[in-house]
Design a protein around this ligand. Structure first.
Ligand code: AMP
Length: 363
């Protein structure tokens, strides 16, 4: 049973957010500007969003009593990361509007379900196969062809649980290296660009898409986003149309980030979905009339969506680990906007903040 009747949550209300990382933090800051309070829920006490939340719950995601108290204290529930048990969002959805709805999370938190959903919605994806054993992997490699990539179906992020299979000799080691559980084998995409499109979709089904952006990764972690993507207009239009179609098919209320590959032949293939604010949308804070975080708040509260126009071009660079120590130089740089997440320990690869460098809009 769902408590969602499409109701509007007016300013003054409380938005409950599962997860309290930097995405929750930046959402809470945008929510405050519109007169909302945020109640963050996360098992780890030292989480960036707690510093800027009106209320906090530190509890496990399967703590039924804590979840019930949280549901009572908020007007609408959303989440800022995917690895939340379905039982948790279902329990909350029975009590308070939960946006996006639990089904969306169920699809997006499992790579196989996600690819099956996309394929059924006639969205172009790379060849893929389900893999449940070392023997099945050998057969799947024969079907998909080399090179290919083996990924865990669940709980993989930033390249964790991913193994490249370039040659037949790599097959034997790949299954144990992947880790545990069910795998998905994907044909390796020889892409020219990795891009993403963030779609906002409201309670009324109205959608708005930010311009596609180009993403550069290092060690599977997003390093930089270039906005807009430097690709021909027909490819950008196709990417936006695909993203909008996926958001409609999933019936997302909130945000959906659609990560895609552009192939040598100019095809656009969807790689992954994230039904929440996304690292590749951070540039929108400084370069668009409405940031992805404000748009997220508007969508989950049933408000009209804002303009997705960008007034500037932008390059967003993540500050990983010790890179954050350059804060003084970045602050002294004209046209650079620094964002820090309030994390105390700059471990290697940890997202400590980002900097967005603006330039005049070209077209
Ligand atoms: P993912 O966790 O699926 O976003 O993958 C992390 C990164 O690995 C992507 O951003 C790509 O750079 C690379 N990657 C993932 N899947 C593939 C694929 N099927 N073909 C080529 N590169 C891939």
């Amino acid at each position: 049973m769902s408590a969602d009747r499409g109701q509007v949550i007016p300013p003054g209300g409380t938005i409950g957010i599962l997860g309290a990382g930097q995405l929750g933090r930046m959402t809470a800051m945008a929510a405050a500007r519109l007169g909302y309070r945020v109640h963050s829920y996360c098992p780890e006490a030292d989480s960036p969003a707690f510093q800027v939340s009106a209320a906090s719950t530190i509890a496990a995601y399967d703590d039924a009593a804590a979840l019930a108290r949280f549901a009572n204290a908020v007007d609408v529930v959303t989440f800022e990361f995917e690895n939340i048990p379905s039982a948790t969002t279902e329990l909350l959805a029975a009590r308070k509007p939960t946006r996006p709805k639990p089904d969306v999370l169920h699809v997006a938190q499992h790579r196989l379900r996600e690819k099956d959903f996309l394929a059924a919605a006639k969205v172009p994806v790379t060849r893929y196969a389900e893999v449940r054993s070392a023997e099945a992997l050998e057969q799947a490699v024969r079907d998909i062809g080399l090179p290919c990539v083996l990924k865990t179906a669940q709980f993989g992020y930033d390249g964790k649980g991913q193994v490249m299979i370039a040659r037949e000799a790599d097959i034997a080691a790949a299954w144990p290296r992947m880790g545990a559980g069910i795998g998905i084998l994907e044909g390796f995409v020889d892409f020219t660009h990795e891009i993403s499109v963030i779609v906002a979709r409201g309670v009324d089904g109205m959608a708005a898409t930010y311009t596609p952006v180009e993403n550069q990764h290092r060690n599977h972690i997003l390093e930089a986003t270039i906005a807009p993507a430097r690709l021909p207009a027909p490819i950008l239009m196709r990417a936006e149309a695909i993203a909008r179609h996926v958001a409609d098919a999933l019936d997302v209320v909130g945000l959906l980030a659609v990560e895609m590959f552009v192939t040598q032949a100019g095809e656009v293939l969807v790689n992954e979905l994230a039904p929440r604010p996304h690292n590749s949308g951070h540039w929108t804070i400084d370069a668009c009339l409405t940031s992805q975080f404000e748009q997220f708040v508007r969508a989950v509260c049933g408000l009209p969506l804002g303009s997705v126009e960008h007034h500037s071009d932008a390059v967003m660079k993540n500050l990983l680990g010790d890179e954050v120590k350059a804060w003084r130089e970045i602050l002294a740089e004209p046209g650079a906007k620094l964002h820090l997440y309030g994390k105390s320990e700059p471990r290697p690869g940890r997202k400590m903040g980002h900097v967005t460098r603006l330039s005049p809009r070209r077209n």
